[in-house]
Design a protein. Structure first.
Length: 311
C-alpha cells in the first residue's frame, strides 16, 4: 500500500508541475503588459525599477526558472502585482481558511443529507418520499447557485430578518452561504444513492439476509449502505474541488472575504502571480482529494485492496 501511495504522490507532483507550467506560459502569452496600467503615470526610472523588481524585464524562460526555484526551495509563489508587498502564498493560506470552512460545511451537510434522502427514496420507490427527493434533486441540478442564494437572502434577511445578508465572523454568517452551496451536493448524492440502493437491494445476499430475519435497519446499515455508497464516493473528489471553485459566486453575493474574492479580482486586474498561485492551489486541492477518495475505498470496503501487480 505504501508503494501505491508513493506512486500516486509522484503522479500528483507531475500533474501539478504540468498545470503550473501551462498556467505560467499561458498567462505570459496574453497580449499586453500587466504593469502598464499601474505604472503609466510613473516616472520612467520608477517604471524600470518596478519591472526589475518583478523580473518582467527578463526573458520568459528566465522568469519561469526563478518562479519554479522559489516554489521548490521556499514554497514562495511571489508577490502580488496589484498589491506590492503582499505575498501570494500568505494570501492563499489566509483566505483559503474562509473558503475551506464554507466548503467543508457544505460538503458535510450535502453528503449526509443527500445519502439519507437517496436511501429513503430507494426504499420508498414510486411513493411520495421518492417523488419529493427527486423533485429536490431536479431543483438542485437545474437551478443556478446564485438564484438560490438570492432567494435565501430575500426570504431570511429581507422578508423575515432572521439572518444577516452579508458579512463574516460569526456562525450566523455561514448559514445562508452554506445552504446555497450544499443544495447541489444534496441533489447529486441523492440521485446517486437512489440508483445505487435500487441496484443493491435486488442482489441475492440482500434477499438472503432478509430471509434470515435480519431487521430492515441492519440490512440497510450492514449490507445496503456499505455496497451502495462506493460509487457515490467516486464523485467526492470532484465535489470537494467543485464546492471550493463554486464558492466564487457565493462569496461575491454574501460579501465573504474568501479566496474566490481575490481570484476574481486577480483576473480583472491581470495579477499574474495571484492567478498562477490560486490556480496551483485549486489544482493541488483536486489531485489530493482524488487520492483521498482512492484511500476511502479501502476504508469503506475492506475487500478492496491494492494488489502486488497494481503497485
Amino acid at each position: 500500500m505504501s508503494r501505491y501511495i508513493i506512486k500516486r504522490v509522484g503522479y500528483m507532483l507531475l500533474t501539478l508541475w504540468i498545470i503550473t507550467t501551462l498556467t505560467f506560459f499561458l498567462m505570459h502569452s496574453i497580449p499586453g503588459d500587466p504593469l502598464a496600467h499601474m505604472a503609466k503615470n510613473l516616472p520612467e526610472q520608477i517604471k524600470i525599477n518596478y519591472y526589475k523588481k518583478y523580473g518582467l524585464d527578463q526573458p520568459v524562460l528566465v522568469q519561469y526558472g526563478k518562479f519554479m526555484k522559489n516554489i521548490l526551495t521556499e514554497g514562495n509563489l511571489g508577490e502580488s502585482l496589484r498589491y506590492p508587498g503582499r505575498s501570494v502564498t500568505n494570501t492563499i493560506l489566509k483566505n483559503a481558511k474562509v473558503s475551506g470552512r464554507l466548503g467543508l460545511q457544505a460538503i458535510a451537510i450535502g453528503v449526509t443529507i443527500g445519502i439519507t434522502l437517496g436511501i429513503v427514496a430507494a426504499l420508498n420507490r414510486n411513493k411520495w418520499p421518492d417523488y419529493l427527493v427527486m423533485f429536490i434533486a431536479i431543483l438542485g441540478v437545474t437551478v443556478p447557485m446564485f438564484i438560490i442564494a438570492a432567494l435565501l437572502q430575500y426570504v431570511f434577511t429581507v422578508k423575515f430578518e432572521l439572518l444577516p445578508t452579508t458579512g463574516w465572523g460569526k456562525f450566523k454568517h455561514t448559514i445562508l452561504p452554506t445552504a446555497a452551496m450544499c443544495l447541489g451536493s444534496i441533489a447529486t448524492y441523492g440521485r446517486y444513492m437512489r440508483s445505487n440502493v435500487l441496484e443493491v437491494i435486488n442482489q441475492d445476499y440482500i434477499l438472503t439476509a432478509q430471509a434470515k430475519g435480519v431487521t430492515p435497519f441492519n440490512v440497510v446499515r450492514k449490507h445496503v449502505l456499505r455496497n451502495a455508497i462506493l460509487p457515490a464516493i467516486t464523485i467526492l473528489g470532484p465535489q470537494i474541488a467543485g464546492v471550493f471553485t463554486g464558492s466564487f459566486v457565493i462569496e461575491r453575493i454574501f460579501g465573504i472575504p474568501g479566496l474566490g474574492f481575490y481570484y476574481i479580482n486577480s483576473i480583472n486586474d491581470r495579477d499574474f502571480t495571484m492567478i498562477i498561485g490560486t490556480t496551483v492551489f485549486y489544482a493541488a486541492l483536486f489531485v489530493v482529494s482524488q487520492l483521498v477518495v482512492d484511500l476511502l475505498y479501502g476504508v469503506v470496503d475492506p475487500r478492496i485492496r491494492v494488489s502486488k501487480n497494481s503497485r
